[in-house]
Design a protein around this ligand. Sequence first.
Ligand SMILES: Nc1ncnc2c1ncn2[C@@H]1O[C@H](COP(=O)(O)OP(=O)(O)O)[C@@H](O)[C@H]1O
Ligand SMILES: [Mg+2]
Length: 281
Amino acid sequence: MSNRKTQTGINLTDVLGQADHPLAVHLLQTEKMAGIGQLAAGVAHEINNPVGYVFSNLKTLAGYMQDMLKIIDATDHLTSISELQQLKKTLDYDYIRQDVPALLRESEEGMDRIKHIISALKYFSHTDDDNLRLADLHQSIESTLTVAGNEIKYRAQVVKQFGVLPPVQFNVSQINQVIMNLLINAAQSIENSGMITVRTDQEGAWVWFEVEDTGCGMSEQVKQRIFEPFYTTKPVGQGTGMGLALSYGIIQKHNGKIDVSSKVGHGTRIRVWLPVHQPNV
Ligand SMILES: Nc1ncnc2c1ncn2[C@@H]1O[C@H](COP(=O)(O)OP(=O)(O)O)[C@@H](O)[C@H]1O
Ligand SMILES: [Mg+2]
């Protein structure tokens, strides 16, 4: 961990570990908003697809409805059953009949998908409380995976190996941010296609979660610096270099630990340890 000072003499790494420092609060908020901004395009894309086919199904259903009304209205003036049967044939009633349930089922699935993404986004952004509370770490991981889905799925297959976890005392908004940073870093480390494995487990009074990728890995020199504020090896626009610095601060505030193991050309595994209960809370 570098002890570099900024020009004003502030040690950013220390600042990030202080929950109430105005600069830490500000940087955390800025990084979070930047992250949500970046993800917004991906989330919009994810939602756009189901919205597209639900809308098109609605249009088809509206057409079917018109034809069915024609058939029902015809009973007012038609004089024979065979005329009604002829009309049904002309309007392709048999096809409508078998297509409607499929369209409705597909639309319902589309709406479920949209609901799922929106509730994940709500859980991920979680601005309504900024306190420690007993929460479900798996829900944090699942919702973050959903929100980051678009950034990940074109590069990596995600494998989940979850253990059994008790409710853990943590700040949901902040830990979601850490999980997001690890997932995005993992996805960005993969050039063409690879695998991201997310694991969790409990060991006594501690729980851990880890993100392992089959990406580019890090040299020993890079590994030494990853928690430095503004340290990045990525081109401008892709990395701010704040992800792991902020994550480190968040984990420190939670009295936790981060383990990093990495091998150039093979991949990286970053494991975060959290105490199930925070001391003195
Ligand atoms: N999973 C990973 N695989 C390879 N390198 C990584 C990984 N995670 C982090 N790094 C390295 O650590 C640096 C700092 O990460 P981070 O603080 O998230 O900033 P950023 O992602 O904006 O560069 C990255 O630029 C990269 O060099
Ligand atoms: Mg990052």
